[in-house]
Design a protein around this ligand. Sequence first.
Ligand code: NAD
Ligand code: TYD
Length: 375
Amino acid sequence: MTLLVTGAAGFIGSNFCHHWRGAHPGDRLIALDALTYAGNAANLAALDGQAGFRFVHGDITDGALVERLLREEGIDTIVHFAAESHVDRSIHGPAAFVQTNVVGTQVLLEAARRVWLAGSGREHRFHHISTDEVYGSLGPEDPPFHETTPYAPNSPYAASKAASDHLVRAWHHTYGLQVTTSNCSNNYGPYQFPEKLIPLVILNILHGRRLPVYGDGTQVRDWLHVADHCRGIEAVLRDGRMGETYNIGGFGELTNIELVRRLCALLDERFAAEPELARRFPDAPQARGAPAESLIEHVTDRPGHDRRYAIDPGRITGELGWSPSHDLTSGLADTVGWYLANGPWWTAVMDGSYREWLSQQYGGGVLPQNQEGTS
Ligand code: NAD
Ligand code: TYD
């Protein structure tokens, strides 16, 4: 196979490229990414220069570029991750979400249609990565989201993803494009940009910054390890039915406040076991004998904050034999370990614009240059 992976330098896209390379070393990977604030070429550094891997710095809304890549590279499979992905940013600036998530998806679909369906057509697949947020919010006793749950997106982010899902569906029904879609729950794991809850909490603890819990913290998310998500996408690409959607979830429901407490406890344990961490991170509360939980602060809730997400992965489990291999306890411990071991990665990620955002959130002087990430 020759795959075009859009958004390949982001969190899930880069994990997917590494996974695919390991599982299918004979396939070719064309990684397309606009390198927005969330994209990081370093996430793909290990693949750079390898035969069968090519990174293209470009935008999915550039139809001419996408069409040229599809033709020149003989691409038969698109795995579409590229998106604006952070709910809080969508509340402050929804236009970019419509542009990338809706217009960008339409541009990709059109390029695929022009190249793959011309003449007698060719074997192809367009796999679209979506989210459980398109289904809206669950009550405490509601059954988890199923593929047939009606769409009810609440944030501009969720609405833009819902719109893109509908476009993908329409290109299948109207033009016969061979598509599949997966809607997954909240991912966590290596290479996640530290504006999302889990890496944000880990890095804030290391730097002694407050841990902002929105509202009362009893909102529930269903956490999925990114490696399990990648295996789920692989299962859909292998055996998924054309035109179908598959929900991928991790059986990892937890309230935000409980999740934050678990991360605090994991870091307290690591500091207790490894005295050099207090020297590496002198601003961490553990370095002065205080627990990480002392940093928790309940802050103003996110507008329109969805109360609960949970996924019923019965279809992908039953039809495709997929099930998650990480439980949340070991997955969180591994993730804390990854961020502790990869200081240079997140030091580099914390560039000018991220620092600016941090100092708006937490006040000035948040990141002394000389104490990050070095071991
Ligand atoms: P991310 O923000 O980490 O990465 C997105 C990537 O897309 C970045 O590398 C960025 O540079 C790139 N990109 C943005 N606009 C682009 C454009 N116009 N052209 C080309 N590239 C562009 O996001 P992520 O967490 O890796 O999410 C990947 C996909 O998975 C998204 O479609 C998201 O909606 C979906 N998803 C994510 C989660 C999650 O928990 N992270 C959950 C459900 C679904
Ligand atoms: P996030 O990682 O932004 O993912 P999503 O909004 O897509 O679910 O947030 C996960 C949950 O954590 C969500 O309920 C919002 C909450 N949250 C906080 O309480 N504080 C924070 O600083 C962030 C970023 C999120």
